[in-house]
Design a protein around this ligand. Sequence first.
Ligand SMILES: Cc1cc2nc3c(=O)[nH]c(=O)nc-3n(C[C@H](O)[C@H](O)[C@H](O)COP(=O)(O)O)c2cc1C
Length: 177
Amino acid sequence: MEILLGVSASAACFKAAALASQLVKAGHGVTAVLSHSATKLVTPLQFSCLTSRPTFSDEWKPEDPAGMDHIQLARRADVVLLVPATADRIGSVAHGLAPDLLGSALLATEVEKLRFAAPSMNPDMWRQPAVQRNVAQIVADGWQLVGPVAGLTACGEDGLGRMAEVEDILAAVQARV
Ligand SMILES: Cc1cc2nc3c(=O)[nH]c(=O)nc-3n(C[C@H](O)[C@H](O)[C@H](O)COP(=O)(O)O)c2cc1C
């Protein structure tokens, strides 16, 4: 399967690198697209090392000669993963916004394709009514959620909001492809 791995800027970003590695080992082709903010937490080169492919993050420095990376990325993917999915990114997807290359690629992806999101955030962020409205919207739009789970979050607070374990995200994807 061809997988577009969208990475948004959560403290759990580093786990997306482990997921990329596991997906490649499982025989999938993985192309990572980092949000603009995610590049402050993890590097495109890290994902390129693990996927043996270019990693995308800047729509103004396209790989595609016609400049349409977001379309090429969307068409190539069989499955889309948003791991981790921040509160901000979930809201952006729920409202059909495209603030960066990742947003444009997600918007350009055919709605029939399998799309998984693994939310990751502080427990109080997760239970905000506004966040819950956005989560309900993306689920209604066809996204499948993996997690979040209860436990210690990166900010040191305990509760529901911790990203699902990499093995569980992998299992959820493998069960559907
Ligand atoms: C160190 C750090 C860790 C963060 N962790 C999270 C997180 O786990 N979940 C979340 O929703 N936002 C988190 N944020 C805030 C997001 O990075 C911020 O909302 C950003 O705009 C998200 O952009 P993106 O969704 O385009 O990647 C964190 C910010 C910083 C500086």
